[in-house]
Design a protein around this ligand. Structure first.
Ligand code: SAH
Length: 245
């Protein structure tokens, strides 16, 4: 087996949402580096591999990025096949592109494997269609948490006319609510908050933009969670099926 690093999206949590390609890469792996948003149940596909936890949750004990990169390099240079498992998709707020470029610059073959990103899975699990004919003609995936804490262009987001899916927003709810209201998004805009999407402990709560911070407090919204903001959050798939029947 040639030395190689697979940068794999493990999906939002439900192990059945793993792709067949991810399963194949896991079967080939000698060493698996696993992020803490990844459901450890997916490790059933690599029973013989050495598994190393490299979690990096905001505010918690974390493994420095440079250390993780050096680990990947060290094992790959030993001729091992390395699988780096990330939550969701590796290239949606997952640094997959950066890591692939870094590995290639160090002479290591890297291959990215898509995973189902939390925003898509969360909406679907709650019966929400992110695009909907006559309601929403696009989706914007956005993180509320920027590396340098620079403000988002809330006005542009509010006026985009697309469904907004906000990642990493739990500690930024006041800013999200104020920014979107000031940016011109109507106070009655529906929102779905979805915590632990696709896992047995998934929880969801609907509210309006005006109610966002109060509703999240009452619901005790916790990370990991996404927000789906837009008219589609007031429609659910079951109702749509009846409509078209
Ligand atoms: N690469 C990941 C995102 C990593 S950023 C992906 O594509 O999904 C981490 C953020 O993703 C969390 O703060 C949360 O906003 C979101 N997230 C990840 N897993 C989630 C889950 N199971 N349910 C809800 N949100 C989740």
């Amino acid at each position: 087996m040639n030395a190689k690093v697979w940068l794999i999206g493990a999906g939002p949590g439900d192990p059945e949402l793993l792709t067949l390609k991810a399963v194949r890469a896991l079967r080939e792996a000698d060493v698996v580096l696993i992020d803490d948003l990844v459901n450890p149940e997916v490790l059933e596909h690599c029973p013989a591999a050495r598994v190393i936890g490299v979690g990096k949750r905001g505010g918690c004990r974390s493994t420095p990025q440079a250390f993780i990169q050096r680990l990947m390099l060290r094992y790959a240079r030993q001729g091992r096949c390395v699988a780096r498992l990330k939550g969701g998709d590796p290239c949606i707020f997952g640094r997959g592109g950066e890591e692939a470029a870094w590995l290639q610059a160090h002479g290591i073959e890297a291959e990215l494997v898509n995973g189902i990103t939390a925003g898509l899975a969360g909406a679907t699990q709650c019966g929400i269609s992110l695009t909907l004919r006559g309601v929403s003609r696009g989706v914007t995936l956005v993180t509320a948490h920027t590396q340098d804490d620079s403000p988002l262009n809330w006005q542009a987001l509010a006026q985009s006319g697309t469904t907004l899916v906000v990642y990493m927003g739990v500690s930024k709810l006041v800013e999200i609510q104020q920014g979107l209201l000031e940016g011109g998004l109507p106070a009655q805009t529906p929102i779905a908050m979805i915590e632990n999407a696709s896992l047995p402990k998934q929880r969801e709560q609907r509210c309006t933009l005006a109610q966002l911070t109060d509703a999240a407090n009452r619901f005790r919204l916790n990370s990991p969670a996404i927000l789906v903001i837009g008219e589609v959050a007031a429609h659910d798939a079951a109702a749509l099926i009846q409509l078209s029947a």
